[in-house]
Design a protein. Structure first.
Length: 291
């Protein structure tokens, strides 16, 4: 892995995202993929917890919002499924390893392989190069983007879900565990869109509401022509500013697009919103990125 240059850091500040090719080795990617296979093999999902993951607002509120399973997943390793993979009774219509949309949100804390990757010396060095003083890891996810059914992720800003005061303190690390192409649903970005703040937030709903979370504010209509695709080879790392607008399309190809991603917050001089769905717990305070 080549060290990140000042030019690249300037590019990140300008665009709101940065690709660092071959940041992780093929061996590191394969170790994450085989580790996740073992986790899936041991997966026991209570039928009432078989939450389908969706990013469309109404479905999101319906499936995630009414679900304690999602809301309390910040300090656990939990499973979320693609649409259409379960029947009305919550039984799998496809093999379970092909049914999963993502696993979240604390792999970085409780799984040795993902913990080692998250806190690897090259990630810590990159944090220091970016000038992070007191970065903490707030969440992690393994994303599958299954062949043929891997759902689209509509345009969004990560700070909508992970709100801080001030803004600009959230940074996503997105690792391609196999080649991400336009065919299998790579990320798309609007360059420079991280400078306009955020227009909506997902917050915890007041107790007694019909859903556990709700959206405040409005979602702007984004111009499709402004997005540029970001294909990345296996082992590539994409740095994602918390306010940059990005999306990914449906995976209509025959190959998956697996990725491991985690979010870091600069904790120095920052307050984490008490209204965020994700909250640190006594069992898992946000761990320091630097070890």
């Amino acid at each position: 892995m080549a060290s990140v240059s000042q030019d690249e850091i300037q590019k990140f500040h300008r665009d709101g995202f940065l690709v660092l090719e071959r940041f992780f080795s093929a061996e590191e990617c394969d170790s994450m993929r085989s580790q996740i296979q073992g986790i899936i093999e041991g997966m026991e999902v209570p039928p009432h917890c078989r939450t389908e993951f969706s990013t469309r607002e109404e479905e999101q509120l319906q499936s995630q919002g009414s679900s304690d399973y999602f809301l309390t997943s910040g300090d656990k390793i939990r499973f979320f499924f693609e649409k259409g993979v379960l029947d009305g009774k919550g039984n799998f219509l496809v093999p379970k390893e092909k049914s999963i949309s993502k696993i979240g949100h604390a792999l970085h804390a409780y799984d040795p392989v993902f913990k080692q990757i998250t806190h690897s010396s090259k990630v810590q060095e990159l944090g220091r190069k970016l000038g992070l003083e007191r970065p903490v890891v707030v969440q992690s996810m393994y994303i599958f983007k299954q062949p043929g059914i891997g759902g689209e992720v509509t345009p969004h800003q990560d700070a909508t879900f992970l709100h801080t005061e001030p803004l600009g303190r959230i940074l996503g690390f997105w690792i391609a565990l196999e080649d991400a192409t336009q065919e299998n649903g790579c990320l798309w970005f609007i360059p420079g869109s991280h400078t306009n703040g955020i227009t909506r937030r997902m917050v915890r709903a007041p107790s007694g509401a019909s859903t556990c979370v709700e959206f405040v504010g409005s979602e702007p209509a984004y111009d499709d022509s402004q997005f540029i695709p970001l294909p990345v080879k296996k082992g590539g790392l994409v740095l994602i500013h918390g306010e940059v607008v990005h999306k990914s399309d449906l995976n209509s190809s025959g190959s998956s697009r697996q990725a491991f991603t985690f979010h870091v917050m600069e904790a120095e001089g920052t307050s984490w919103s008490r209204e965020n769905w994700l909250q640190p717990t006594p069992e898992l305070p946000f761990p320091s990125l630097y070890t």
